[in-house]
Write a protein that binds this ligand. Structure first.
Ligand code: ADP
Ligand code: ZN
Length: 773
């Protein structure tokens, strides 16, 4: 008699499954490709960001393929949710993990053997259980799905040793069709996953990393104060939806919370120091929209899928691009625009250095710990990591953190040298053998490699923060080899400069005016950096370039350098800014102590005599206005303005004709002509060798005389209506300061002038535009 196959498919095709089982109308980007590959029994690797619908890529094949789907996931806490989700689609599924009672586990195993489930969710360590392996024996495994597959790779940012066994497990299961899923895997990690799992020629689907509705921005913040100003400006411009501020540590969460509360915000806090209950409460309030501003460590976010997050701010740089993308990517899930701001200060790198050092203690520390434990002798002891750390610190020359002791103990545990745990409130430690330090079963190479991987991840993240490319492009390329030809996003700060809220924060600085060619100034800065041999930070190098005789400069002998004072015409601030620009351009790097040195590119550029490459010149032009175009003649006094203006092209004919009967002089009309061509006031200033504030003065005059300027991009929704009231009878003879006094909306002068110009020209709106002829 033929019994029906309990593991038979529950849907005839992937399209039917999509609609009938899941009730979705269409596949999302990448899903169909991934799912088809799996259903056709290819070993497949799917890399798609969180929230893009990866789960469907194993759930759906599980429905249309014969046999049982074993799905591996590292997060026991989330298994129940996933099983619930499957149940909501009426897919017979369950999970088996250590959170269940023995009885419950046995029942589910029996159910699995009887064919009650199409999908069973387990954690990787489950395969160590003989009971589980016995229960699996002889069952038809249709699909082996591994979620968070990057955990299998030592090069990944979240390596988990338990995952390493999965390649072996797969073989034991008879090498069923296998699907590895992850939200974050660089091409290198992708190759490693495939190798670890024994895939011969896997199908790889990388999809969905572009987030066209997100505006990525990095703000190099010199100080805490600068960070808070920026945060407040962004928060004030983002009244709707939820916002999250991520901090690197719990202490930082609390501090940011305190500061923002003092500024009149009402943030909720989330970190690992809270009780489970408190954390659940905060998370619920956040999900419900009752805590729209949340300050959190990276403990927050696993499985959080709130659609209307409008801003994700990173108070500190995260340890990897993977982590950053994951966290920032929680913004704008609803497809509406959202902002991702990273506040970058090099000092924050120290936090990660600390994480890395203590997660991967060096060999010497581990060996010293082992010697210390040997003095305690074999047997069980009370474990006091603080005390051990103290001992080691006193015996050696560097301070050992209890955290490093914890990491070292875990490594010794893995080698079978110690066991530890907790009995009631008391932690205990058992020394298992008397191995000599040379005989320790610790994989020193792997340890070194892991430490380096961590460091590399941090460097990649710093490259994101300081790099010159489109932010979005950097992120997409990071995860995919094949994204060569995607265009710049056209909406990040690298593509279009600081966003509008930043203008309110007064952060857009006018270029520095110099009297030599910009490239000469840049090369002088670079030579100065080269001469200080990577031993000094930005401020000292700047002081040297300006010719300071400060104690630090003279004490270090920097006043003896040939570059001492070669840029004495510039102010300290300007030089600091230029050195920062060099970093931004990838011409310099800084170590974690902040010491600046040249990169290869920097050295090459310093030595070269050709004009600067276009991208460099472009960035530099935002910071430096050179008035060297026309040489000074016969020592006659020559203002920057005059020098630059001599080279200006003739005025367009229709304006030149207009000149005779205009009340305004030629200089105004030139500004007008450039503005009509679409140049911003800053670029006009640059081109004409004027200061931005003179150009804005021109704008006011022009507007007052009815010259229509394209200023709508500068319209400020709050300021403009108020100005229409307050400035109804303003004329350019009146003082701006008085006007500013009378406004209740805070603004800077540039914004004020631009909006005032809009108000002034509205007086002429019934007239024909001048250049319509
Ligand atoms: P990931 O695992 O990649 O983080 P999920 O699989 O949890 O993402 O999917 C996120 C959400 O999108 C879920 O609510 C899921 O039901 C939904 N979803 C997935 N695919 C589709 C689709 N094709 N159409 C509509 N909704 C989808
Ligand atoms: Zn961009």
């Amino acid at each position: 008699m033929n019994l029906p196959d309990p593991f038979a498919p529950i849907a005839p095709s992937i399209d039917r499954a999509l609609q009938d089982v899941f009730g979705f109308e269409a596949f999302r980007a990448g899903q169909r490709r991934g799912i088809e590959a799996v259903v056709q029994n290819n070993n497949t690797l799917i890399v798609m960001p969180t929230g893009s619908g990866k789960s469907l890529c194993y759930m759906l094949p599980a429905c249309v393929m014969p046999g049982l789907t074993l799905a591996v996931s590292p997060l026991i806490a989330l298994m129940k949710d996933q099983a619930d989700a499957l149940e909501s689609f009426n897919i017979p599924a369950t999970y088996i993990n250590s959170s269940l009672s023995w009885d419950e586990q046995r029942q589910r195993l029996a159910g699995m053997r009887a064919g009650a489930y199409k999908i069973v969710l387990v954690a990787p360590e489950r395969f160590k259980s003989q009971v589980f392996l016995d229960a699996l024996a002889g069952l038809p495994i249709g699909l082996f799905a591994i979620d968070e597959a990057h955990c299998i790779s030592q090069w990944g940012h979240d390596f988990r040793p338990d995952y390493l066994t999965l390649g072996e497990v797969r073989k034991q299961l008879g090498s069923p069709t296998t699907l590895a899923l992850t939200a974050t895997a660089t091409p290198e990690v992708q190759r490693d996953i495939a190798a670890q799992l024994g895939f011969e020629s896997p199908r790889v689907v990388v999809s969905g990393f572009e987030r066209p509705n997100l505006f990525f921005e990095v703000y190099p913040a010199r100080s805490r104060r600068a960070k808070y100003e920026r945060i407040e400006a962004l928060l004030d411009q983002t009244p709707e939806g939820s916002k999250v501020i991520y901090c690197a540590t719990r202490k930082q969460v609390e501090e940011v919370g305190r500061n923002l509360r003092e500024s009149g915000y009402y943030p909720a806090l989330y970190h690992a120091g809270l009780s489970d209950q408190e954390r659940d409460e905060v998370q619920d309030a956040f999900m419900a929209g009752d805590a729209p501003l949340l300050i959190a460590t990276n403990a927050f976010g696993m499985g959080v899928d709130k659609s209307d997050v409008r801003a994700i701010i990173h108070f500190n740089i995260p340890g990897s691009v993977e982590a950053y993308y994951q966290e920032a990517g929680r913004a704008g899930r609803d497809g509406e625009s959202a902002h991702c701001l990273l506040l970058f200060n090099r000092a924050d790198l120290r936090i990660h250095e600390f994480f890395t050092e203590n997660s991967f203690p060096d060999r010497k520390q581990i060996e010293r710990l082992w010697s210390l434990l040997q003095k305690h002798g074999e047997g069980t002891h009370a474990l006091d990591a603080d005390m051990l750390a103290d001992h080691l610190s006193r015996a050696g020359d560097d301070r050992v953190h209890p955290w490093a002791v914890g990491s070292a103990l875990r490594l010794l545990e893995r080698g079978g040298h110690v066991a530890f745990g907790q009995r009631g409130p008391t932690p205990w430690l058992q020394v298992m053998d008397r191995a000599r330090t040379r005989e320790l079963r610790v994989d020193w190479h792997a340890l070194d490699a892991r430490r380096r991987v961590d460091e590399d991840h941090q460097e990649d993240m710093v490259r994101y923060a300081t790099g010159h490319t489109c932010r979005q492009l950097y992120l997409v390329r990071y995860f995919s080899d094949t994204a060569e030809d995607i265009p710049r996003c056209g909406r990040c700060d690298r593509c279009c400069g600081p966003p509008s809220y930043a203008r309110d924060a007064g952060q857009v600085r006018a270029p520095i005016v110099v009297s030599e060619a910009a490239q000469t100034v840049l090369r002088k800065v670079l030579s100065g950096i080269a001469r200080t041999r990577g031993r000094w930070g930005t401020h000292v190098v700047a002081a040297m370039l300006r010719g300071s005789r400060a104690k630090k400069v003279v004490g270090a002998g920097l006043d003896q350098l040939s570059t001492h004072g070669i840029l004495s015409a510039l102010r300290q601030d300007d030089l600091v800014r230029l050195i920062d620009v060099c970093a931004q351009l990838g011409l310099t790097t800084q170590n974690t102590h902040g010491c600046v040195s040249l990169t290869e590119e920097g050295t090459a550029l310093m030595i070269a005599s050709e004009p600067l490459p276009a991208p460099v010149a472009e960035v530099l032009a935002r910071h430096l206005t050179s008035v060297s175009a026309s040489p000074r003649r016969s020592g006659a006094p020559s203002s920057h303005q005059a020098a630059a203006r001599q080279n200006e092209p003739p005025l367009p004919a229709h304006l030149a004709a207009h000149l005779a009967d205009s009340e305004l002089g030629e200089t105004y009309l030139r500004t007008f002509a450039l503005a009509r061509e679409g140049h911003d006031y800053q670029s006009i200033a640059e081109q004409r060798g004027l200061t931005p504030s003179s150009v804005l003065r021109h704008f006011l005059k022009l507007a007052e005389h009815g010259y229509p300027l394209p200023l709508q991009d500068h319209a400020d929704g709050r300021l403009l209506p108020e100005l229409r009231e307050v400035a109804s009878d303003w004329s350019s003879h009146d003082k701006l300061a008085d006007l500013k006094e009378r406004l209740s909306t805070p603004c800077d002068y540039d914004t004020l002038k631009l909006n005032l110009a809009i108000v002034l020209q509205e007086r002429f709106e019934h007239l024909q535009p001048l250049d319509a002829s």
